[in-house]
Design a protein. Structure first.
Length: 276
């Protein structure tokens, strides 16, 4: 305001009430405008005007995360999904078959009994995984096939190694609640920020009022989630994304909680102005 020319006459007045009451005060002419983190909603727009949103927003869920069970014996297969493992095996045998077909008429190492031919071709392709193949190939076509296969192997090995290292070293967390539909039908208690429009959002999505619990501080959020729905807390906190992001940015809470995806999109935060 001080940087505006000419400088307007204004008076700042603090307001101690809910966001809906603040918007109502502006619409009734008690205040000319309101500055704060006021979410633009359809109900509020019908009674007063808002400026353009100064930040994007939305509604999401904050849940407690738990360590994934230790399944180290099958960890080696997790870096690649099932389709990629299958495609790798198909190209593995296909490359061996192509090299065998090309080298068979002119290379004695690939001749002999059927068992010897099969084992030689598979061993050659398998050895390329470690780039230690010892059998010679004579055909230029075979060399082209092997070069392409070695490039694919190089990419796969690097990706596999990086993913496996991440799995073995990083802390693996999974949320107690996976999505909003699960929360709705679970019957568990749900938390929200006191005086937030999220309360009406939850009621409109068939979550009964006796399941709702309001909180005001980050400490209350953390305590309620750690206690859980069965011990006087909640299974999830439903709040606007900027507030949840601020919560997770606190070093005290960032490692134990997770924010799920956006479940409801809002226009964002805006300033309220008197509608004439």
């Amino acid at each position: 305001m001080r940087n505006l020319h000419p400088r307007p006459c204004y008076t700042f007045s603090s307001f101690n009430g809910t966001y809906d009451e603040l918007v109502a005060s502006v619409s009734l002419g008690v205040y000319d405008s309101a500055v704060g983190d006021v979410t633009i909603t359809a109900e509020r727009v019908t009674t007063t005007d808002f400026t353009m949103p100064y930040t994007q927003s939305g509604v999401s869920m904050l849940v407690l995360a738990e360590d994934e069970p230790n399944t180290i014996c099958w960890t080696f297969v997790k870096p690649l999904n099932g389709k990629l493992w299958f495609a790798t095996m198909v190209f593995f045998f296909y490359t061996g078959f192509v090299v065998w077909m090309i080298e068979l008429p002119r290379n004695q190492e690939y001749q002999g009994s059927s068992l010897r031919q099969c084992s030689t071709a598979l061993y050659f392709v398998f050895s390329t995984l470690t780039f230690s193949h010892g059998h010679t190939i004579r055909s230029p076509l075979s060399k082209i096939v092997v070069v392409i296969w070695c490039f694919v192997v190089l990419v796969l090995v690097q990706s596999y190694t990086a993913s496996l290292s991440s799995i073995l070293t990083a802390k693996r967390l999974r949320p107690w609640v996976r999505n909003f539909d699960q929360l709705r039908h679970s019957g568990d208690f749900v938390g929200y920020q006191d005086d937030s429009f999220v309360r009406s959002f939850l009621l409109n999505h068939n979550i009964s009022e006796n399941r709702l619990r309001s909180y005001k501080t980050k400490e209350q959020y953390a305590e309620a989630l750690k206690n859980g729905s069965k011990n006087g807390g909640v299974s999830a906190i439903v709040d606007e994304i900027p507030y949840l992001t601020s919560f997770l940015s606190d070093n005290r809470y960032g490692n134990d909680f997770r924010m799920l995806g956006c479940i409801y999109k809002t226009p964002g935060f805006g300033f309220v102005s008197y509608s004439t």
